[in-house]
Design a protein around this ligand. Structure first.
Ligand code: BG6
Length: 484
């Protein structure tokens, strides 16, 4: 279905995010007929460039990231693009931008800040000063939103001085992933799970977001962030919220976000002793990946003194009735053995077995929601081994691979999220109080780490992280699932 006409202004239009994600996503939406005839995309960045030059670069970027380009569709898409040199934190180009937008103040106007957060405040102030924050305007920002609670509040205040909260779209691209949305479908469109979705029936939850790549070309940013700020504070806590929240009244943005906020507020705060006991920081050393030998983080960074973590594992608890004493084991890291993200819900053992010992052990049910690489849902159940040999039990997966079930292209998260911005649907975007509540839980952990001054534990590239992360869960008589 077509969205309403819009002007999309992209700051940072010559950056990695624009080339790698935004342009390919917009091309796909255009190809599928979702962009109206007169939708315009205004690309802005600091350097001087003509429309034709920018279109040539954009074409290159789309070709690089999309297979099976349809040439007429690509040409039509490129026609929508125009380029303006605008200095995000200076005065140059702003009059031109105002002039370019002036002819149709009534259409939806979206500003996408695909730039470093250092520029968010300056850009918002200029948007306000030049009278560009029309009633139909909205602004889209990317994480990291701050580096702690205080800086997040300052950033939110600077943006809030120009835009109303219902105009602000804080992207967490994990919320745009198909399987993440499926988590809500699974929980709330099936009768099967919800009655069991609590401490009485669930033993624990694991959330793993493992990457095989290292920091690639982003070491400069990454070294100031680390795995906690880059992944856990946002993506992983958002996943945790969707697993743990109460059923919202509806899919309305505030109903969903109110419930997520309650989960964040119920996270048990960690004191320094808990931080020592229940968190592990790691940093990759040289090792091997699928492509061969790879250097360690410190060599890549060329700074032997960096204590930034490229891996974090921790045990979180949600202090409410539904989740009392159900640990949520969270972990994420770079240069791990595989690229795999999944949520594992481990159910409790059956209360009593009627089977003889020869039947073999009975494994507890496990629900695995896999986000990537191959998206799907799998339920581990016990069955009888076929054949006349008596009652022998075996664990088998009830498997639902989305790629096999639906033979359609899996859209990128940005496609969904960009169209939601135009539609004005904030359900899959983070509200200000959510971001601040997530920092309120993360800040004491970061502070305790800074206080402890313990260097991150080294792990060999291509493994599952430091052995301390394995000990973290095995101490509780449990184990990470890597076999699925
Ligand atoms: C980004 C992080 O938000 O997410 C990156 O900044 C990370 O460090 C990326 O690599 C992972 O996203 P995805 O969609 O590839 O899992």
């Amino acid at each position: 279905i077509e969205v309403d006409p819009f002007d999309l202004v992209v700051f940072g239009a010559t950056g990695d995010l624009a080339y790698r994600k935004l342009l390919p996503a917009l091309y796909h939406r255009d190809l599928d007929g979702q962009l109206p005839e007169d939708a315009r995309i205004l690309a802005c960045s600091r350097r001087d460039m003509s429309d034709a030059e920018y279109r040539a670069r954009a074409a290159e970027a789309v070709r690089e990231h999309v297979s099976d380009i349809e040439e007429p569709a690509l040409s039509r898409f490129l026609e929508r693009l125009s380029y303006l040199a605008v200095d995000a934190s200076g005065e140059r180009g702003w009059e031109d931008l105002a002039a370019a937008l002036e002819d149709r103040p009534e259409v939806i106007r979206a500003f996408y800040l695909a730039v470093s957060p250092d520029f968010f405040g300056a850009i918002c102030e200029r948007i306000g000063r030049h009278g560009l924050a029309s009633d139909t305007a909205r602004i889209v920002i990317e994480k990291p939103i701050g580096k702690d609670g205080q800086s997040a509040r300052a950033l939110n205040a600077a943006i809030g001085a120009v835009f109303r909260e219902d105009q602000i779209f804080r992207i967490d691209h994990y919320l745009g992933k198909e399987t993440v949305q499926n988590l809500m479908a699974l929980r709330f469109a099936n009768a099967l799970f919800e009655p069991l979705w609590n401490a009485a029936h669930i033993d624990h939850v694991q959330i793993t977001v493992a990457e095989a790549l290292g920091v690639e070309g982003r070491a400069g940013y990454y070294d100031t962030a680390g795995a906690m700020r880059d992944m856990l504070q946002n993506h992983i806590l958002q996943l945790l919220c969707l697993v743990a929240m109460e059923p919202p009244e509806s899919m309305d943005a505030d109903s969903v976000r109110d419930e997520k906020l309650k989960v964040l507020k119920a996270l048990r705060p960690m004191d320094p002793a808990m931080v020592e006991r229940a968190t592990v920081r790691g940093q990759y050393r040289a090792g091997a990946s699928a492509g061969g030998a790879v250097p360690g983080y410190l060599e890549e960074l060329d700074d032997p003194g960096s204590q930034t973590e490229t891996f974090v594992a921790l045990k979180a608890e949600i202090a409410n009735w539904r989740w009392a004493n159900v640990p949520f084991y969270l972990r994420t890291g770079k240069r791990l053995a595989d690229r795999v993200s999944e949520i594992v819900v481990q159910f409790r053992p059956i209360p009593h077995s009627i089977f003889e010992e020869e039947a073999g052990p009975i494994s507890s049910n496990r629900l695995v929601i896999r986000l990537q690489p191959d998206e799907g849902v799998r339920m581990q159940i016990m069955i009888k081994d076929p054949g006349p040999g008596g009652m022998r039990l075996r664990q088998v997966p009830l498997d639902m691979s989305f790629a096999e079930a639906f033979r359609v292209r899996n859209p990128d998260a940005y496609e969904r999220l960009l169209m939601d911005v135009i539609r004005g649907n904030q359900t899959l975007f983070m509200r200000r109080d959510e971001v601040e509540a997530a920092w309120a839980w993360v800040d004491p952990i970061l502070e305790a780490w800074a206080h402890l001054r313990e260097p991150p534990k080294g792990y060999t590239s291509g493994t599952w992280g430091p052995s301390a992360a394995i000990a973290l869960i095995e101490r509780d008589g449990r184990t990470w699932f890597e076999d699925l």
